[in-house]
Design a binder for this molecule. Structure first.
Ligand code: ADP
Length: 296
């Protein structure tokens, strides 16, 4: 492993102890991973991998366990069962910083930006570049603006002015700045928490383009979504979650968009139907029982 000095994305300076992996190499492998909160089983028997230069999509409806899964990979929660391998070594991530130091960066839906601050300030928030020493130390504004512009351009993001407040950008553009930032600060794995959930079709398309860009730059991307139409065009691997359980982990070659859509829609539809029937006909009715048996 080579040592590269890079700054973390959560502020402060961290040293990333990892070199970029060759495309196709598994950076993260999860095997039969599970998470219990007291006696609630939020996730069980989930297996998949995140490979350099590939996009792993994690699909599931509300309550399926997507957030729990991200939290384990991001170091926010420790897993209770199974194993998490990073670069082939069994690991337990004890904090988000530990994950970052291994090059795993997470972009959450709320993005944690300061809306009134310029784009470049948000890009370097907590990891500002300074010049001079001691009492003469000051922010190197020109350098930070230059890097922000260059990094955004490298991702194909053409902003008119990095001086404009980040709050004036569209939701899609803000996601893209967050992605570019994570790439610049040395991420090898980028976890995106439902980046297209609150966006319209056009803006979702823009975000999907940057997901593909990050992948083309050799990052392993974990793309969380409940929309198979967003997942399929960029995904190399699909892991479906339902009620905390994995319904399988499929490489793209083994799954068509129609199959992915029907697995997602079928599950959700049957589940809500069973629920409705239970409400109207009582939990013991034969038809509700049959539907329930189908979804489990
Ligand atoms: P998703 O992100 O797919 O909507 P979650 O991972 O948030 O799903 O939730 C999966 C299941 O785990 C849900 O049933 C939820 O109630 C439960 N769960 C999540 N976090 C906790 C927690 N901190 N304590 C207890 N149960 C939790």
């Amino acid at each position: 492993m080579s040592k590269t000095s890079n700054q973390s994305t959560d502020g402060g300076t961290a040293t990333v102890l990892t070199a970029p992996a060759a495309n196709g190499t598994a950076v993260i492998e999860v095997k039969d991973i599970g998470k219990r909160y007291g006696n609630i089983i939020a996730l069980s028997d989930v297996s998949t991998s995140v490979r350099a230069g590939e996009v792993t999509c994690v699909l599931g409806d509300n309550g399926a366990g997507k957030s729990t899964f991200i939290k384990i990979l991001a170091g926010a929660h420790e897993h209770s069962d199974g194993s998490l391998l990073i670069d082939g070594e069994a690991t337990t991530l004890s904090s988000p910083r530990a994950a970052l130091e291994l090059g795993i960066a997470t972009v959450y839906q709320d993005l944690a930006v300061v809306p009134l601050m310029p784009v470049w300030r948000n890009f370097f928030l907590g990891s500002e570049i300074t010049k001079g020493v001691g009492p003469f130390k000051k922010l190197d504004v020109d350098e930070m603006k230059r890097i922000t512009k260059d990094e955004l351009a490298a991702m194909g993001i053409d902003l008119r002015d990095v001086e404009q407040p980040i709050g004036t950008l569209s939701g899609g553009e803000r996601q893209c700045v967050a992605i570019a930032r994570a790439v610049y600060f040395g991420a090898r794995v980028l976890i995106l928490d439902e980046p297209t959930a609150a966006l319209g079709v056009k803006q979702s398309g823009v975000v999907l383009k940057y997901i593909a860009k990050a992948r083309d730059r050799g990052l392993g991307v974990v793309f969380i979504t409940h929309n198979p139409h967003h997942a399929y065009p960029v995904g190399d691997r699909f892991m479906l979650l339902r009620r905390g359980k994995s319904m399988g982990d499929f490489p793209k070659a083994e799954m068509t968009l129609e199959e992915l859509t029907s697995m997602m829609a079928g599950g959700a539809e049957l589940e809500s139907l069973a629920h409705e029937l239970e409400k109207t006909m009582g939990p013991d009715s034969e038809v509700a029982q049959t539907l329930k048996a189908d979804v489990t």
